[in-house]
Write a protein that binds this ligand. Structure first.
Ligand SMILES: [Zn+2]
Length: 345
């Protein structure tokens, strides 16, 4: 089978398209024939060597996988050849104290597919059967590959970690990102009033199309004041954040009393300064969010099947052009998601 492997870290990293032996499933494992796999910022961190985990090279990246079951190992009874599936990227153990409470995002033995084990920029990938979720009939592989990591991250943030309420003001940072574009749609369909941030006119138009009532530009330093004005000085009740750095510090300036910032990333900086006085006086909350629970992934696919959640796909690349897709994401020249298409249907 063909596989795109990262053989050396860097910006850009070095990739090779290789022919590898077909993977053989062990007990409880399934081989998925990959049809589509989404690209994420996580892949750029893997490429550059910027992740705080040990990576063994060569490694096949790709953590947002959709395809069909090809072969099953011993003891697999719930899945058969040809089943359409999405793969949960944070592969959980199913046995630790958190998994037993259905909080798979906190699994003590979690492994990221495409990071700590080979992923989906290949014609086949091997995963434990518990990582599979059935793909609804009317959700195509590209839609799944553009939603199941980024979209379920947004679902986890807005429903499992912070609970968005109808009528809430919600600020979504980075409207054109995978998480941002999903979060705008999810918050809107749950009855929230959404403000999004976007830098270019094109990204602002996209935010409005996805359901944002207002759009602000964070390159304008007074953006928190603008948000306060839009909300008639109330501020936002909930903020979906994944940028970090100075943006997160500024974000507290437009958070309503009792409001929460839920964050799943730090692309612009992992260390921030927090003024504790307004933090406790206004009873603010800063909530971490990591990956997703199984229920978040199922809910995301249900919304996609019901037409309530549509991925924004910027471009689809063939497997051989995976390094070009990495370059496009690195250059931030992307509106929505990039997807790699692998095997022929
Ligand atoms: Zn676990």
């Amino acid at each position: 089978m063909k596989s795109v492997q990262l053989i050396a870290h860097g910006k850009p990293g070095q990739f090779q398209l290789r022919d590898l032996p077909d993977p053989q499933p062990a007990t409880g494992e399934v081989v998925v024939q990959v049809f589509a796999c989404g690209l994420n910022h996580l892949d750029l961190w893997l490429e550059s060597g910027g992740l705080p985990v040990t990576i063994q090279l060569p490694r096949t990246p790709g953590c947002e996988i959709a395809g069909r079951v090809l072969t099953t190992g011993e003891g697999v009874s719930d899945w058969k050849k040809g089943d359409r599936v999405a793969v949960q990227s944070n592969i959980f153990c199913g046995q630790c104290e958190f998994c037993s409470r259905r909080e798979e995002s906190l699994c003590l033995n979690s492994e990221m597919v495409g990071v700590q084990r080979d992923g989906g920029f290949a014609e086949q990938v091997i995963v434990p059967e518990r990582a599979l979720v059935r793909l609804p009939d009317n959700v195509d592989f590209e839609t799944s590959a553009a939603l199941t990591l980024a979209g379920s991250t947004a679902t986890h943030m807005l429903t499992s970690r912070a609970k968005v309420r109808a009528g809430d003001w919600v600020l979504v940072m980075g409207a054109s990102s995978g998480v941002g574009s999903a979060a705008i749609q999810i918050a809107s369909q749950l009855g929230a009033r959404v403000i999004a941030t976007a830098s270019s006119q094109e990204k602002q138009d996209l935010a409005r199309k996805l359901g944002a009532e207002h759009v602000v530009n964070t390159s304008n330093e007074s953006w928190p004041a603008e948000v306060r004005k839009i909300t008639d000085k109330h501020g936002v009740d909930l903020m979906v954040e994944h940028i970090g750095g100075i943006v997160l510090e500024q974000a507290f300036n437009c958070l309503a009393r009792g409001g929460a910032i839920v964050t799943c990333g730090a692309t612009a900086g992992r260390e921030v300064t927090l003024n504790l006085w307004p933090f406790f006086v206004k009873e603010h909350r800063l909530i971490g969010s990591y990956g997703r629970n199984r229920v978040d992934l199922e809910r995301t696919l249900e919304w996609a099947a019901a037409g309530k959640l549509h991925p924004v796909i910027h471009r689809i690349f063939p497997l051989e052009e995976t390094p070009r897709a990495f370059a496009a994401l690195r250059d931030r020249a992307v509106l929505g998601k990039l997807v790699i298409r692998t095997a022929a249907r």
